[in-house]
Design a protein around this ligand. Structure first.
Ligand SMILES: NC(=O)c1ccc[n+]([C@@H]2O[C@H](COP(=O)([O-])OP(=O)(O)OC[C@H]3O[C@@H](n4cnc5c(N)ncnc54)[C@H](OP(=O)(O)O)[C@@H]3O)[C@@H](O)[C@H]2O)c1
Length: 253
């Protein structure tokens, strides 16, 4: 998350390449085996940060302007759209697909953040650790719920948070974008060299403007400040608690 601007060996922006294309390709390579062993489930771990995301089909490497948090958000939005389209394509096969926000978990995910953001997170860790951050064991619960619970066996293509399905924002339920992302990813994982000649239909009309970047940075900064008040902490605490309540059944290793 929030890596400095960099590319994968294949030349893709790191977040998009690692968080989306890698999973897209791996899933597709395993699909025949999964269908043969149905019932089977595919679980994609997304993030609530998807709400900042947007898929720039004509600037997938974000060469026009790079912001590390937005790049992460784009890849997490891609996870949700991918899951949606995957579920559609898997209808009737016995293979189901899920994506989820696991919560805010105390992991190494923040390792690439800059020193100011790390300072704020460090302060929150020390002061509000038990209220804000889940331990990795708790953070795995929604993923396990999607992977094994009997209720979710009948569902596919949905987005989960705190062990229940929730309706994501419209940009994450846009079937046209989901299909377009699928076809785009298929081309990228087969022959990424075609990128400079991407068809006009893949080009988005809205540029990644400087104003847009500034606006998102301001929103992020305000959100970070607002996370401190007790009200937010209590809400997060309640969400953490709810994770461990029925219908979820705790899985022992
Ligand atoms: N932690 C949270 O609060 C949170 C919130 C929402 C969503 N998530 C999602 O949960 C998932 C797991 O994250 P986590 O919290 O467990 O973070 P983590 O402890 O940092 O684990 C991330 C994993 O990604 C691998 N990775 C990192 N950079 C990579 C790269 N450039 N190429 C290939 N692999 C790379 C790491 O491998 P190495 O260990 O080998 O470096 C590690 O296995 C992610 O999809 C994240 O978006 C986490």
């Amino acid at each position: 998350m929030a890596c400095p601007k960099s590319k994968t060996e294949d030349g893709f922006e790191t977040h998009f390449g690692v968080n989306h294309l890698g999973h897209f390709l791996l899933t597709n390579l395993l699909l025949d085996r999964m269908k043969a062993s149905a019932p089977a489930r595919i679980v994609n771990v997304s993030s609530a940060v998807y709400f900042l995301g947007k898929i720039y089909f004509d600037d997938i490497n974000l060469d026009r302007g790079y912001n590390r948090i937005l790049a992460y958000g784009n890849s997490k939005l891609a996870n949700i759209l991918f899951t949606r389209e995957l579920a559609k394509r898997l209808e009737g096969t016995g293979v189901t697909a899920y994506c989820l926000h696991p919560g805010v978990i105390d992991t190494e995910l923040t390792r690439h953040l800059n020193s100011v953001a790390l300072g704020i997170i460090g302060f929150l860790r020390v002061t509000f650790r038990r209220l804000i951050f889940k331990r990795p064991r708790q953070g795995a619960q929604t993923t396990i719920y999607c992977a094994v619970d009997e209720i979710t066996a009948q569902e596919s293509g949905l987005y989960y948070c705190a062990c229940r399905s929730v309706e994501p924002l419209r940009k994450a339920t846009d079937d046209v974008s989901a299909e377009k992302l699928w076809e785009f990813s298929e081309h990228l994982t087969n022959a990424h060299k075609f990128l400079p000649t991407a068809p006009a239909s893949w080009r988005s009309n809205v540029p990644f403007s400087e104003n847009e970047k500034k606006a998102w940075k301001t929103i992020l900064f305000i959100l970070l400040l607002l996370r401190c008040p007790a009200k937010v902490c209590c809400k997060l605490y309640l969400i953490q608690k709810q994770d461990l309540k029925p219908p979820f059944r705790f899985i022992h290793a």
